[in-house]
Design a protein around this ligand. Structure first.
Ligand code: HEC
Ligand code: HEC
Length: 251
């Protein structure tokens, strides 16, 4: 059957055989061609090698793969992300994807995110996992950074224009809420901005903006401002450290 195909091609090109239905031979050839094409179409339609559509991963399914590092389930390496707005999460993920974040060799924590980005197939997956994270309720956490929150309150007035009065964040300048992040992570990132481990890439407009403000701040001021944010502006009341059990009266 396939041997008829070259003749068909020749008819369609208008050489070798008479034109469209010009005489009986032509019509016969056209008839053959029709049959051949029909056969080919049927074969294509029934072709079992056409791949079945792969089901899309939901935001929740994607997030399960992140919890290895973004929860207290295993050894936690990254921040708890629950409740961060989707615009911030998606924007940061795109930065990791493009190498705008994660490319500073000293920042080994951020380098962990680089292979993760290969597991996200496309921008829809980025948006889907960001939407899912935004819907999760923020989690309470322990306060572990010591600092003077009264002094921190004064220092925080410098952060208000971008992060808001209650550290709720400001989409217009792409500044994230700080009120739901753990205190150790806040200090860790502030130190990274200071050292130039974050916010120095030429295309990192927001990171560079953020870095400018903290470059010359003493570490003591950073601790104070973090204590203020974590203790007085939290989204959920901080967890209380567990007290050691009381000794029993008989001891
Ligand atoms: C192997 C550990 C690991 C895995 C798996 C991982 N992350 Fe991360 N992630 C980190 C670390 C560590 C950081 C902090 C980077 C830094 O210090 O700059 C981070 C940072 C982030 C940030 C930036 C947070 C912020 O406040 O700026 C986002 C967003 C993020 N991860 C999302 C994800 C998502 C979504 C997944 C799953 C698809 C994921 N991560 C999987 C380790 C991981
Ligand atoms: C000029 C605006 C501006 C000011 C002022 C500012 N920030 Fe930021 N901040 C940002 C932006 C924008 C980002 C997001 C950076 C990015 O996209 O990587 C950010 C990010 C951060 C982060 C990282 C959060 C995360 O999830 O990783 C911390 C912590 C932070 N700011 C704390 C502060 C503190 C504390 C102050 C005041 C001392 C302050 N910022 C002042 C704009 C600002």
């Amino acid at each position: 059957m396939m041997s008829e195909l070259p003749a068909c091609v020749m008819i369609f090109k208008g050489n070798g055989l008479p034109g469209w239905g010009a005489n009986r031979t032509g019509r016969t050839w056209l008839g053959w061609c029709g049959l051949v094409l029909l056969g080919v179409l049927q074969v294509v339609a029934a072709d079992p090698v056409v791949p079945a559509a792969v089901p899309e991963r939901t935001g929740r399914e994607i997030y399960e793969t992140c919890l290895l590092c973004h929860s207290t389930r295993e050894m936690q390496r990254g921040p708890i992300l629950d409740g961060l707005p989707d615009w911030y999460v998606a924007h940061q993920l795109r930065k990791f994807k493009k190498g705008i974040r994660g490319g500073v060799p000293e920042n080994r924590a951020a380098a962990l995110m680089v292979p993760v980005m290969d597991t996200l197939k496309n921008d829809e997956e980025i948006q889907r996992v960001a939407d899912y994270i935004a819907e999760l309720p923020p989690q309470p956490h322990l306060l572990v950074i010591r600092g003077d929150k009264k002094l921190g309150k004064t220092i925080y007035t410098r952060c208000i224009p971008c992060h808001g009065l209650s550290a709720e964040g400001n989409r217009a300048v792409k500044a994230p809420p700080l009120s739901l992040l753990e205190d150790w992570y806040l200090l860790d990132q502030l130190r990274k901005f200071q050292r130039g481990w974050r916010g120095t890439h030429a295309e990192d407009m927001e990171g560079r903006l953020m870095g400018l403000g903290v470059k010359v701040m003493p570490v003591k001021d950073l601790r104070d401002v973090v204590r203020y944010i974590a203790e007085d502006l939290p989204k959920v009341p901080p967890l209380q450290p567990k007290q050691p059990p009381h000794p029993s009266p008989s001891q």
